[in-house]
Design a protein around this ligand. Sequence first.
Ligand SMILES: O=C(O)c1cccc(C(=O)CC[C@H]2O[C@@H](n3cnc4c(=O)[nH]cnc43)[C@H](O)[C@@H]2O)c1
Length: 217
Amino acid sequence: MNKLNGRILVMTSVQQEKEAIERGCQDNRVDVVLAGVGPVAAAISTMKALHANTYDLVINAGIAGGFPDRAEVGSLVIAEEIVCADLGAESPEGFLSLDELGFGSSTRIPTESSLVLALSSALADTGLPVHTAPILTLSTVTGTQVTADRLAEFEPHAAAEAMEGYGVALAARENNLPVLEIRAISNAVGPRDRGAWKLKEALEALTSASKVMMEVL
Ligand SMILES: O=C(O)c1cccc(C(=O)CC[C@H]2O[C@@H](n3cnc4c(=O)[nH]cnc43)[C@H](O)[C@@H]2O)c1
């Protein structure tokens, strides 16, 4: 696969994630920028970064919750699609996305499939556990089994949830740029147990993924 000829913007929500990524990718083609937490902060920060400099690819990278039996703690998930999972309306029949409500603004943004394939096979070749699946974006971290089950049913193939992907992807789309989302799983999606989050393992996986990313892109 040809290496990407151009500059890469990596958006990450918190400083620990930024540092983990920078440890893995010391490459002058790459800027790692703090997005803040949540889709709105991420969209605004990404737009600002894209106005300040010229880039050819936008990546959202960080830690995430993994759906049990779909992505284990310590594994990596590469988004084949970025799905905004809480923008819409509740109804007695279940959640209705913005698309279903007919507002015409898609809550699903595809990622760059050739890069997803190249990156996931390179990560698998290095022995890192990697899944390719939709990643959900939510404004609220799931903290109950009821919500976890609802989301797992809403998007049966989603492997992870995080809080920034959709915001970053909207800004990339607005600038006609391809987007990727790469997440290292720190915790299971389910009843809140912040003490059980494996931050060190997830941040190490993020560093390993960043090294491979720079070899591939
Ligand atoms: O407390 C720390 O030391 C620390 C170190 C690194 C990262 C954090 C974060 O809290 C990052 C928040 C970031 O992580 C994503 N995330 C992680 N797990 C989930 C989840 O289960 N559901 C949704 N989002 C998750 C999210 O993108 C946050 O922005 C703390």
